[in-house]
Every structure is written in C-alpha cells, then in structure tokens.
Write a protein that binds this ligand. Structure first.
Ligand code: HH2
Length: 287
C-alpha cells in the first residue's frame, strides 16, 4: 500500500467545503468535537482504539452521540509525558486503517497531527480540518498544506515546558500572534482559523485553570475559540481522580469555557457533554 501520495491530484482536487467552519458556527450553539485516539499511549484512552474494529466502533458511537466533528489522532500529543515521536509512516499506517471508514460516517473529520506530510495525506483521504497542537510552528510545511487545501485549521498554544513564573495569558497571545503571521503569510484565510489555548500543554495546573477562567480575553483576536479540557490533569489537582473518572471536572470546565466564549469543545465524552451544554443553554434561556 502506498501511504504517501503527492498533494497534486488528491488534496487539491478533492472538493473541500470552503465554508465548513462558517456552517458549523452558524448552528448557533457550541460545536462538539469528539476525540478518537488510534494510539497505544494516549494519556486517557491509550491502546483502547488501536485495533481498527474498536476504533471504528468508537467513531460510530461518537457520531451517533451527536458530535459535530470527529477528531482523529494517531500520535499521542502526550501533554504530560513529553511526546514520543511517531514516524510519519507509522502515524499514517494507524490512520489508514480507520480514516476512510470514519470519513464515510458523514461527519467532518479533523486530523490531529503536527506533520505536513500526514496532514496532506489525510486531507486527500477526506479529512476536512487540520488540528495542530503546535499552532503551525513545528513543521514549516504545514501552513502551506492547509492553505493549498483551503480547510479550517485549529491553532493550539503549546510550550516545550511549563514555566510557573510566566504570565500564561500573555504567552498564549504572543504565540497566537506568531502562528497567525505564519498562517496568513502562507495564504490561509482568516475565516478558516480557530484558536485554542491548549489546556494541559506546557502549563501548570494553575495556568490551565487560568486559561479556562480567562478564555474570554482571547476573543480579542476575533476568531472562534476551541477548548479541550477533557479528562486533563488539572482536574486531578483540584479533585483527585484517574483520567477515566474526570467527567464531572471536564464538564464543569467546558461549561465555564462556553460561558467565557468558547465556540467549540473537544471531548472524549460526547453524549454527556452535549447533555450538559443543552441543559446549561436551556437554563440560560429560561431566565
Ligand atoms: N488535547 C489533546 C490532543 N489534541 N488538540 C486540541 N486542539 N486541543 C487540545 O486540548 C488537545 C488536542 C490531548 O488529549 P488526547 O487526545 O486525549 O491525548 P493524547 O494526545 O495523549 O492522545
């Protein structure tokens, strides 16, 4: 099987919906992105969905539960362990076993990768969004791949190491400024950019809490905001629990993020998150 295909004739030619992000945001409610990790080592579900049949079952479940976007990652970003680099061919091998069938489920698929080659291949296979946990700052080719295919991109804040002494909101803003310069210079349309403060990435637990509490300040960029607090370690710091028992904390964080201005929520627990969002919206409109 050839895993690496040239971009010409595939990603460029395949029809991408130029207004995908606008259409999602026009739903007028928070957008829910369900997480599928086809990895052996993800911090909360590593190994559970490495088997293609289990991965597809989970993809179907995420879609059936009502996710607006299916986010598939084949390399753990390992927010708490330092990334174990996965070679391009291995990342694509893991994805190849699930991506076509996942795309066929009919929900836009975002590809969680920091590598241009993987992104180009996944876009050619039908992925519709690129989710880069290094905000286009790790692989210098990734911005061009995104620009050429005209798809939305999620720019997430990240740091090599947490530094408790810094002003995390200033650091996030400066990082977004650099990423936006890279994106716009490469020709990515502003209306295709989503910003994400990167909960748990290069941040202390306190800084993750701050980033959620002050997410509203990031509205000054005039771009939609995404937040992914699902099962993350800051929850354990506040209320000790292993990753698979952090649903309550995840939902609390996501509701507050939406109140603060987040438009998209990235979660492992789609049904519960949607229920919480719906109830919160109903209560707000009953005032
Ligand atoms: N978090 C993780 C991975 N990708 N992408 C965005 N945009 N925002 C996030 O907060 C984010 C992300 C980490 O979570 P998970 O995918 O469950 O773990 P792992 O990277 O270990 O597979």
């Amino acid at each position: 099987m050839t895993l690496v295909r040239p971009i010409a004739g595939s990603a460029r030619d395949r029809k991408k919906s130029p207004d995908l992000l606008a259409r999602l945001l026009a739903l007028g409610r928070p957008i829910v992105m369900g997480v599928l990790n086809v990895t052996p080592d993800s911090f909360s579900d590593g190994g559970r969905f490495l088997d293609p049949a289990a991965a597809l079952d989970q993809a179907r479940r995420i879609v059936a539960e009502g996710a607006d976007i299916l986010d598939i990652g084949a390399e753990s970003t390992r927010p708490y362990g330092g990334p174990v680099a996965v070679p391009v061919a291995e990342e694509m091998r893991r994805l190849a076993r699930v991506l076509p069938a996942a795309v066929a489920l009919g929900v836009p698929v975002s590809i969680d990768t920091m590598k241009a080659e993987v992104a180009a291949w996944a876009l050619a296979e039908g992925a519709a969004i690129v989710n880069d946990v290094w905000g286009l700052q790790r692989d210098s080719e990734l911005a061009r791949v995104v620009a050429d295919s005209g798809v939305p991109v999620i720019i997430m804040h990240n740091r090599d190491a947490a530094d408790p002494s810094i002003d995390i909101m200033a650091d996030i803003s400066a990082f977004f400024g650099r990423s936006l310069e890279i994106a716009l210079r490469a020709g990515i349309a502003r209306q295709n950019i989503v910003l994400d403060p990167g909960i748990g990435f290069g941040k202390t637990a306190e800084q993750s809490l701050t980033a959620i509490a002050r997410i509203g300040e990031l509205k000054s960029f005039g771009l939609p905001l995404l937040l992914g607090a699902s099962r993350k370690r800051f929850i354990d710091k506040v209320s000790p629990a292993p990753p698979d028992q952090r649903l309550g904390g995840s939902i609390a964080a996501h509701l507050l993020a939406v109140l603060g201005g987040a438009a998209i929520i990235r979660t492992h627990d789609v049904a519960e998150t949607l229920q919480a969002l719906r109830v919160a919206a109903a209560i707000r409109s009953a005032r």
